[in-house]
Design a protein around this ligand. Sequence first.
Ligand code: AMP
Ligand code: GLY
Length: 317
Amino acid sequence: MSERVLVVGSGGREHVLAWKLAQSPQIQQVLVAPGNAGTANCGKISNSEVSISNHTILAQFCKDHHVGLVVVGPEVPLAAGIVDDLTAAGVLCFGPSAKAAQLEASKSFSKAFMERHSIPTARYGSFTDPQEACNYIRTADFPALVVKASGLAAGKGVIVAKDQDEACQAVMDIMKDRAFGAAGETVVVEELLEGEEVSCLCFSDGFTVSPMPPAQDHKRLQDGDVGPNTGGMGAYCPTPQVSQELLQQIRETVLQKTVDGMREEGAPYIGVLYAGLMLTKQGPKVLEFNCRFGDPECQVWPSPTSTNTGVCENGTD
Ligand code: AMP
Ligand code: GLY
């Protein structure tokens, strides 16, 4: 591998990826595009202003600057095909293709995929018509109280309603008032699941899975688990909620099944697969898939040898 790596993104997740990559003796320089104040000038790490939305310009930049590997942090560029385009241009890029990233980019796709492959998840309906969604909410023989914009909405496109009226109102907000823009053209209405929520991630080469330590993040905006859902207000890892036995079960019934299913459907999943799970009384069920590292889960990877917080001192530690 060449000694120059480019990390795409601008959050804490990308900072920690750059920080960790910079510790490799094989890597001489880590560029972050666009990066943030923490990655601006940090030993081996610096920011780059190259466009990440124009993949032709980005590929040319990588060739001109001898970037041997691109590591993509967020879901939006993955869903926009950054891996497909860079790979086609001959630039090595870590992450799933746009087709595989649909597992996150389309909740409607991922629910139907789970149904096809008997991967445990909440019962649901998928709708492009608001009236049909409300009829389903009122007649389902389970509490169909979770309303989700199908497309990407930065973790905020999910409303957990307290009753049927609130769930129908959420449908109207998403589909008629376009609270989450085009992401809400299709809605998924789901059974309310109860339990502890955990994040189980793995690396995959499209065939095998290598799980990471399970984590828990705090979704609600305010203390005491109240307020609207966010993309994550904080995290810790490993979580005692997931024993070795449970992790093995999740590995077999969720992670490996998903990777096998995507390969069988012609969209091999290569990259980091993130399963957000509810630990229900009936066992773990998938709430969502993400096609990337978690933010903030990525920042709390437990390291037995390091007490370092990732704050830049000399740029490599
Ligand atoms: P998602 O983007 O689908 O993970 O949803 C965001 C958050 O909404 C999850 O992390 C859960 O806290 C909550 N949530 C989503 N689906 C359900 C469900 N079926 N039952 C209960 N809570 C849910
Ligand atoms: N922490 C939630 C996420 O990365 O989507």
